[in-house]
Design a protein around this ligand. Structure first.
Ligand code: TXA
Ligand code: MG
Length: 318
């Protein structure tokens, strides 16, 4: 499928998956209630969880926000196109289902040539959650989307593997103090360097007002998945691990010795780790293992978004 066909589908009220720099999104016309209903249905997503609206540039974003504070302008100039979603008072052009009835809308300009080509050609706002079933692992390749949503959608644009690999940062600018609702591709430090202090909100999709009753485990594999917050504990688990368990680790365990096929190493650098995290988890999940254990990376601002995703994908090992 190509961009031209994808635009036709969007115009006709259909839903089409497309690549962004973070993860693949499932797009529909944000001004068309029927298209929005199809997105929620395809994902099995609760109607209480709002969707991010994607636009081609700052000018388009300003059209769909009724207020555009100086902080929004500065952040957009600095980080768009890029993995930052700004939550701002919503224009009536965006149908209320998109924001789950909230008065504010999340807006973002993604940094992917195919996404930008689609948005420019469609010339309208595209609502797009991650293109996975609700509460499952976000897709970072077109094949992931086909495997999971297949016939439930009208097509997939293939733009190769996503470069960032985890979702955008969600920043609420609709109230007095800027609040980080979801850590992501742009760090809090980077944002604070532009607009000053940012408070840490709860994760957006954990806020009861937005999505009551949602399970705390999100982005989760089907295999029982556990997080391990202690290196010594992790090493002892490793000694006992059989082929029924897989461990995801950032750095080399060295002297402990490694059982082949049991330990998967991800890079000990946050950006590279993020890029591989979901696809590795998806790969391991398909193996039909007894357990997946994941070592939590250091408690450090640079790993904040990854720790957040690991915590949502796992239960703590007691
Ligand atoms: O990187 C991304 O953001 C990807 C790509 C496709 O752009 N999209 C994505 O969408 O991750 P989704 O629906 O999986 O996650 C959207 C997050 C949720 O946590 C949602 O609650 C929050 O953004 N959100 C969206 N609109 C909001 C709003 N108006 N107010 C507060 N939170 C909002
Ligand atoms: Mg998602």
């Amino acid at each position: 499928m190509n961009v031209e066909r994808a635009v036709q589908i969007l115009r006709a009220g259909g839903v089409v998956a497309f690549p962004t720099e973070t993860v693949y999104g499932l797009g529909g016309d944000a001004t068309n209630p029927a298209a929005i209903a199809r997105i929620f249905a395809a994902k099995g997503r609760p109607a209480t969880n709002p969707l991010i609206v994607h636009v081609a540039d700052i000018y388009a974003a300003r059209r769909y926000a009724t207020e555009w504070p100086e902080t929004a302008q500065k952040l957009a100039e600095k980080f768009w196109p890029g993995p930052l979603t700004l939550v701002l008072p919503k224009s009536p052009a965006i149908v209320s289902g998109v924001t789950a009835g909230l008065h504010a809308v999340g807006l973002r300009v993604p940094q992917h040539p195919m996404a930008l080509a689609l948005l420019a050609a469609f010339d309208g706002p595209v609502a797009a959650p991650s293109a996975n079933r609700s509460n499952r692992i976000s897709p970072t390749t077109a094949q992931h989307v086909k495997d999971e949503l297949g016939n439930a959608i009208d097509g997939v644009l293939d733009g190769g593997p996503c470069g960032v690999g985890i979702e955008s940062t969600v920043l609420d600018l609709s109230t007095g103090t800027p609040a980080l609702l979801r850590p992501g591709g742009v760090s809090r430090e980077d944002i604070e360097a532009v607009i000053g202090p940012v408070t840490l909100g709860g994760a957006a999709d954990a806020r009861p007002a937005i999505s009551p009753g949602q399970h705390p485990v999100h982005y989760a594999p089907l295999t029982p998945a556990w997080r391990v917050d202690d290196t010594a504990r992790f090493a002892s688990l490793l000694m006992r691990a059989s082929s029924g368990a897989i461990l995801l680790k950032t750095t080399d365990i060295g002297s402990v010795g490694v059982l082949p096929g049991v330990v998967f190493y991800l890079p000990a650098e946050p950006a590279a780790y993020a890029q591989q995290f979901y696809s590795t988890l998806r790969h391991l999940d398909a193996k039909g293992l007894a357990n997946i254990y994941i070592e939590l990376p250091p408690q450090d601002e640079r790993w904040l978004a990854i720790r957040d995703r690991i915590v949502r994908a796992t239960r703590a090992l007691e």
